[in-house]
Design a protein around this ligand. Sequence first.
Ligand SMILES: C[S@@+](CC[C@H](N)C(=O)[O-])C[C@H]1O[C@@H](n2cnc3c(N)ncnc32)[C@H](O)[C@@H]1O
Length: 231
Amino acid sequence: MNSLNSPHLSQHLTRLHQEAEAADAPFVRQIMARIEAAGGAIETLAAQLVADERADYRAAYSGHASHFLSVSPRYGRFLYAVARASKATRIVEFGTSMGISTIYLAAALRDNGGGLLIGSEMEPTKVARAREHIEAAGLSDLVDIRQGNALDTLRDVGGAIDLALIDGAWSLYLPVLKLIEPQLRPGAAILAENAFAEDYLDYIRDPANGYLAMTLPIDESRGNEFAVWTA
Ligand SMILES: C[S@@+](CC[C@H](N)C(=O)[O-])C[C@H]1O[C@@H](n2cnc3c(N)ncnc32)[C@H](O)[C@@H]1O
């Protein structure tokens, strides 16, 4: 059983990815130009973006209300695969945006026999759109999107976490990880998209902190860091 292959879900995801590409195209062009201006190194621009965000992450995201900023179809399928392989029943997502990654993960919950994905999104218009997209996917019964700052809304997720997707403000990756860490079940998978913040990478790559981490060869320029909670 793989719900991603159902005609309804695969067509829905194709439409959403097309919508995302169109909505984000001007922003992506702007980022590509900035990478070129920085000598072609995404890390240089990423370091600047993390620093800007640290100053005021709310302001950094206020201009992105209409942007999807979503995972790629390939990474979405990887999310689904990890959630299936780990038999996840409780998933936490930092940064829901329009709900594309949420749909891949909730589809895995459905195919695992049920569960709950707790999402977090601070932009109210995105929460509304994500709920519509998840409803249209037929997955609403598996998803609780919490509107507000993840540092508040993910404080209590009601039980042990099998998988976490960290994909919100880059400067908050480490604070959010530390917030949910006490609730990780042994063997929990932590997937971070755009993991460019040095404090996060230093922490998760240090085995003394209880993780086994590696950078994924998927969408390589996007800094996809995968880790397992081994403590
Ligand atoms: C890269 S997008 C998430 C994309 C989504 N995971 C997907 O693949 O479809 C990041 C989102 O995180 C949200 N965000 C940033 N900081 C947040 C915070 N502190 N609490 C909740 N949401 C936050 C932003 O508003 C933005 O929509």
